[in-house]
Design a protein around this ligand. Sequence first.
Ligand SMILES: Nc1ncnc2c1ncn2[C@@H]1O[C@H](COP(=O)(O)OP(=O)(O)OP(=O)(O)O)[C@@H](O)[C@H]1O
Ligand SMILES: [Mg+2]
Length: 281
Amino acid sequence: MTSIKGDAVAGATRPSLDTVMAADHVAFSYSSAAGAHPVLGDISFTIARGEFVSLVGPSGIGKTTLLRVLSGLMQPTAGEVRLDGERVTEPPRQLALVLQDYSRSLLPWMSIERNVALPLRSAKVARTEVRSRTAAALDAVGLAGDSEKYPWQLSGGMQQRVAIARALAYQPEVLVMDEPFASVDAQTRFDLEDLVLRLRREFGMTVLLVTHDIDEAVYLSDRIVVLAGKPAQVADCLDVPLGPIRDQIATKALPEYAALRGRVLSEIRAASAARTDKKVG
Ligand SMILES: Nc1ncnc2c1ncn2[C@@H]1O[C@H](COP(=O)(O)OP(=O)(O)OP(=O)(O)O)[C@@H](O)[C@H]1O
Ligand SMILES: [Mg+2]
């Protein structure tokens, strides 16, 4: 594994490419009455325009915290985040975020259709376009027939699909998702993964995904960023040279796929073991 000390890990920052998002020596601590709780150490990496990057690491390491900092929901304790070269100080207009906790992301007093349309209305998109983009996004996630319902009338997996539809309808420059497919069945998960890949190709979207699912990370990504340590740092950055077109059966049967999967799994295991040792020691 690449050293996690010092400056950016090999392959984490790519100055030669068109950078859309950059984390530059980002650190973050939660503060409480008991004092500061450092969660993110010194994190540097860049994401190129149109790239699909997955962020993986053991539970509790700080993935959601990092996404919140990258999305401008929380300010880093040190370092900075840049989007299109501008320092991020609040959630940027060109970014859409699908949160891990879907139950808190939808407005219960609004129909599904209005929930999906809300960011488009705020962005002053023309009414007819709001309607067509909302309908297309709901259709894509298999909820065309549920548009008049309210979030509380849907299952957890359906609510999560509404949150994904809302982000897709917005057609953001950068789509940031935290475990977006965790609460749907396997077949729906595959369909949603392929949908995100297709929309990303169509709109040239950049995607940053947090996932616990190693298969998902390898299947979807151009690059995988592995977090380890306490506070968390970038432990490794792996290229996923499986080409732009992926197929749920053919891609997963490739020997390169199996090799990458094994490598990511062993790195996450090592990161988990290191955290457990720290707790015991
Ligand atoms: N609001 C908060 N206040 C204080 N500490 C927090 C807060 N949110 C998270 N933490 C702590 O920060 C650390 C990282 O949490 P985070 O949710 O970022 O992890 P994660 O990698 O996303 O985990 P998971 O994979 O389980 O979603 C944990 O120790 C957690 O207890
Ligand atoms: Mg999380």
